[in-house]
Design a protein around this ligand. Structure first.
Ligand code: HSE
Length: 413
């Protein structure tokens, strides 16, 4: 089978490397060899062993009937979207690592693939090298999925881990992650939670079988998390992780959000550190399942793309019914979710105890030595009620001419 790779960056070059390195293994699994005929990129790679396969004109791929497999590792929406659409329309299977593309246009691209009797695969778009898309449409097919909670972004997990263990500065760790090839071209997508948002949108659509608009998912990144938060977390035996979560209730309601969350040592995702991702999937029959591995980086992500290519070769003449339809899945407002809340408050607990109780009810208190602040952990509250409590507390403190809330982090403790 002849393949074309669109985008010879970190992932695309990884795909070519694996197809060469594991040539026999791939051929055995697929039933025949997969040969890369074209590599589409804006750049030339004159010193590379694949220099002769580099092309700059997409039409060469689109119009070559010999090309039955296309890898899209360009990232972004333009021109990834028109190119992928054209490949599917031309009856070519497509495997992509591009979560932005799948989250924004997956509904349409899946429909075209069905109509053209080819496959649009995207295992690498979530969790890098971790098998998660395929388990959802194969191994867990008989389950009603109740919850998916994931640490879905390697870059932010790497940053949070370094902040926690080494007290490292945010910017320096981000640069390290970029140098290691983990980060998005625009790292804002990582640190502001947008990358996780697209991934949890894809997983939620897989679990519900319906289209999920990622814009409707409440999204908060890690830029407000500080070393002081981690000092408290350490004292409390907790950690702070960026979660993408969705809950599918039996009555059809679905809640989904992306936010930094404080978790205790007993949470299955607590030990997931560094660039690793972890995804907890709860099924109504199987209970908890955990998927763990390298969530970013060249070869892990490319490995998932290669697995998609193998499945496409194995199913060259039929569409595997995966994904979701254009029926829309509503997402519940964030205000309706329940958490405990970790707050850092200015001043001393002794002076503020009454106001805290008035606003938040009974709380657990935590103090660090020598700080003009203290922390509390509320009981479980609906987000809407918590916001109202925060406003009430701020008003009480403002009236006394004092500072109020320094930090709030949702907690699952
Ligand atoms: N920037 C992403 C991450 C790459 O750090 O997880 C993998 O999607």
């Amino acid at each position: 089978m002849k393949a074309a790779v669109m985008g010879y960056g970190t992932i695309g070059s990884g795909v070519v490397e694996i197809l060469m390195e594991n040539r026999d293994q791939v051929a055995k699994a697929a039933g025949e060899e997969i040969e890369v005929k074209y590599i589409l990129d804006l750049r030339d790679f004159p010193d590379s062993p694949v220099a002769d396969r580099i092309v700059h004109d997409f039409k060469q791929i689109e119009e070559d009937e010999e090309i039955r497999l296309v890898v899209e590792t360009m990232g972004g929406l333009n021109p990834a979207y028109p190119f992928v659409k054209a490949c599917l329309m031309a009856g070519k299977h497509v495997a992509t690592s591009n979560k932005a593309l799948v989250a924004a246009y997956g509904t349409e691209l899946l429909a075209i693939a069905r109509e053209k009797n080819v496959n649009f695969f995207f295992e690498a778009s979530v969790g890098g090298g971790i098998p998660i898309i395929r388990p959802l449409y194969r191994c867990l097919r008989g389950e009603r999925i109740e919850e998916i909670t994931g640490i879905l972004n390697g870059t932010t997990n790497y940053i949070l881990t370094k902040m926690e263990r080494e007290g490292a500065a945010f910017e320096a760790v981000l640069r390290e992650a970029q140098n290691l090839g983990y980060a998005e071209r625009n790292p804002e997508a990582d640190v502001e939670g947008h990358d996780t948002c697209r991934k949890i949108a894809i997983l939620t659509a897989m679990a519900t079988g319906r289209q999920v608009d990622f814009e409707e998912i409440y999204t908060e990144g890690i830029t407000s998390i500080t070393d002081t938060d981690f000092q408290y977390a350490k004292k409390m035996g907790t950690s702070i992780k960026l979660f993408g979560t969705s809950r599918m209730f039996e009555d059809g309601r679905v809640s989904a959000y992306v936010a930094p969350v404080m978790v205790g040592g007993g949470h299955p995702l607590y030990p997931v550190s560094d660039v690793f991702n972890g995804i907890l999937v709860k099924g109504n029959m199987v209970g908890d399942t955990m998927f763990y591995g390298s969530g970013a980086g060249k070869l892990p992500t490319a490995s998932a793309v290669v697995a998609d290519l193998i499945e496409a070769v194995q199913n060259r003449d039929r569409n595997i019914p995966i994904g979701w339809t254009k029926e829309k899945q509503e997402i519940m407002p964030m205000e309706q979710n329940t958490f405990r809340y970790f707050l850092r408050l200015a001043g001393s607990h002794r002076n503020k105890e009454g106001d805290v109780r008035k606003a938040f009810g009974p709380v657990e208190v935590e103090e660090l030595y020598g700080m003009d602040e203290f922390a509390v952990l509320t009981g479980p509250m609906k987000e809407g009620a918590f916001k109202a409590a925060c406003a009430a507390y701020e008003a009480m403190e403002a009236q006394k001419g004092e500072y109020g809330i320094k930090q709030t982090i949702r907690a699952l403790l």
